[in-house]
Design a protein around this ligand. Structure first.
Ligand code: NAG
Ligand code: NAG
Length: 223
């Protein structure tokens, strides 16, 4: 009996671990540019961030520095994206932010009121393997971090509970315009963890299409 119980427990644990996922690759021109080529390498395997007040919220654990990450040349108005190593398993939402580097993005840590939101997806279910979005057409030329987060909400009843799966890519934007991205927020800084969209019982709201779900983060800058 004991043996059977143990193997069930083991199977459950293994499933939980494999349910985690990483944003590993930048997509540009419809092509996956490869794991950790233009996406900064993280140091916490495929584990999420749950404390929204630490510098891990900026670009995941280890992502505040570039390491060997290369910067991809992209055009304003073009479609870029992120691919995952495994399909998203948990219910949650996706936000994409950008931040302009003062000079080279390779030495930019993303600190301060520098982030603006360019895209979001309201409560989505699982099985997403990549997310694509437009580089805002009027975005000024220059080097930027592009930051994606999936906020998994299956354990979000209390804070900390929501799981933040984060990655940052380095891009050099050309063919841009003279837009003024806004509002600019800090990550960490903007989220408290107490937002109705971060501390939320999605099972109470089930099926996961809550009518009054409040997307975390500021409004999208349309550019
Ligand atoms: C960032 O996350 C890593 C891995 O979970 C952890 O060891 C480290 O203490 C965290 N850093 C901060 C500043 O909280
Ligand atoms: C939905 O609306 C109720 C009542 O106004 C509020 O208490 C709750 O926080 C809202 N939920 C979300 C996820 O915004």
């Amino acid at each position: 009996m004991q043996l059977i119980f143990n193997s069930i427990l083991l199977a459950a644990t293994a499933r939980q671990i494999s349910a985690h996922y990483r944003w590993t690759s930048l997509i540009y021109n419809g092509i996956d540019t490869g794991p950790y080529v233009s996406v900064r390498q993280n140091t916490n395997d495929n584990n999420p961030i749950t404390d929204v007040t630490t510098t891990n919220l900026t670009c995941n654990s280890g992502g505040r520095s570039a390491g060997s990450t290369t910067t991809a040349n992209v055009a304003a108005g073009s479609i870029i994206g992120f691919a995952l190593d495994e399909a998203i398993f948990h219910h949650g939402v996706i936000n994409v932010y950008m931040a302009k580097a003062p000079s080279s993005v390779a030495t930019f840590d993303g600190a301060g009121n520098v982030w603006f939101k360019i895209y979001d997806l309201p409560p989505v279910t699982n099985d997403i393997t990549q997310v694509t979005f437009e580089v805002p057409p009027s975005l000024p030329n220059g080097e930027y971090l592009v930051r994606i987060e999936h906020i998994a909400l299956h354990l979000a009843l209390e804070y900390p509970g929501a799981e933040f799966y984060i990655a940052c890519a380095q891009v050099n934007v050309a063919n841009g315009g003279h837009g003024t991205p806004k509002p600019l927020i800090a990550l960490p800084g903007y989220y408290s963890g107490q937002e109705p969209g971060i501390k939320v019982n999605i099972y109470y709201l089930h099926p996961v299409q809550p009518k009054n779900y409040t997307q975390p983060g500021p409004a999208v800058w349309k550019g």
